[in-house]
Design a protein around this ligand. Structure first.
Ligand SMILES: NC(=O)c1ccc[n+]([C@@H]2O[C@H](COP(=O)([O-])OP(=O)(O)OC[C@H]3O[C@@H](n4cnc5c(N)ncnc54)[C@H](OP(=O)(O)O)[C@@H]3O)[C@@H](O)[C@H]2O)c1
Length: 270
């Protein structure tokens, strides 16, 4: 029997990148899948490669910024599979720029997906997770520890997720629900080719150094292991672990490095 045989796994943002790779990895471990995202055609294509019969996969259009959409999807999921065992709040994007180039509404748009979208996912699935003594997984980032100039919308959203996980891991423990805060480093996905309006730009190249990039598949394998162990936090990549260690124990050194090498995140074109 596979590790997650017949377990019901819900993943937001499953139409690309880490979410799609997690779907494939959980499918190989025998799970039933509830895949959510806005681009339904892309979701269906992924579902077809996993299970063309549609018995083990349910894909539904769902925008996590819209009240009620995750709840509606969860109702469909319950009808098809019963209660959810693992909820993975993965949907996210990255809005960049210096504060002075941005407006309050830019910060709101970033938080609407990256923070409130995660909260909507938690509220929609919590009753199920309490029933199944399940696992809540939040895909955050190494940037939940690091904040570079030009990156405050994204970093503030991920810092918020780290705080949320710290609180919820204690609040939900009495129900037997575990919380896993996942901090990937750079992964070769669409994220750095999504513009500040949230639109994927296929012609853009990924500015991250190929040497630092992990594949979504490697990342998903490691995340599934952490979920299996009900790990509280998982920091991925060696440089990610080093950066988190420095921020925890030598923040002055990290701050000096950022200033000395003028490390900054450059705003993307719209
Ligand atoms: N890749 C990295 O280097 C990296 C590093 C650290 C953390 N992360 C985190 O990993 C998570 C996944 O990112 P990724 O790298 O896989 O990026 P990606 O390839 O751009 O995928 C993002 C996914 O989120 C979905 N999404 C975006 N806005 C949504 C919304 N409003 N409602 C529902 N779904 C939405 C997208 O689907 P639709 O467009 O179809 O809705 C897509 O499936 C994010 O939370 C990101 O912050 C990524």
């Amino acid at each position: 029997m596979s590790k997650f045989d017949s377990r019901v796994v819900l993943i937001t943002g499953a139409s690309a990148g880490i979410g799609a790779a997690l779907a494939r990895e959980f499918a190989s471990e025998g799970a039933n899948l509830v895949l959510l995202a806005r681009r339904i055609e892309q979701l269906k294509a992924i579902a077809d490669t996993i299970d063309p019969t549609g018995k083990r996969v349910l894909c539904l259009t769902c925008d996590v910024t819209q009240n009620g959409e995750v709840e509606k999807a969860v109702e469909f999921a319950r009808t098809k599979f019963g209660n959810i065992d693992i909820a993975i709040a993965n949907a996210g994007w990255s809005l960049k720029g210096n504060l002075e180039e941005l407006s309050l509404s830019d910060y709101r748009r970033q938080w609407e997906t990256n923070v409130f979208g995660v909260l909507r996912t938690i509220y929609a699935t919590l009753a199920d997770l309490k029933t199944t003594k399940g696992r809540l997984v939040i895909i955050s980032s190494v940037k939940s520890y690091l904040a570079f100039p030009g990156d405050s919308p994204y970093s503030t959203s991920k810092f918020a997720l780290r705080a949320l996980c710290l609180s919820l891991s204690k609040e939900l423990a009495p129900y037997g629900v575990s919380v896993t805060h996942v901090c990937p480093g750079y992964v070769a996905t669409e994220i750095r080719r999504v513009d500040n309006r949230g639109v994927f730009q296929p012609d853009w190249s990924d500015p991250a150094s190929p040497k630092l990039l992990k594949t979504p598949e490697q990342t998903a394998k490691e995340i599934v292991k952490a979920i299996d162990r009900r790990q509280t936090e998982q920091v991925l990549t060696l440089y990610g672990k080093l950066a988190v260690l420095m921020q925890r124990h030598f923040p002055w050194l990290l701050s000096w490095i950022i200033s000395r090498w003028e490390i900054k995140v450059v705003a993307k074109k719209n």
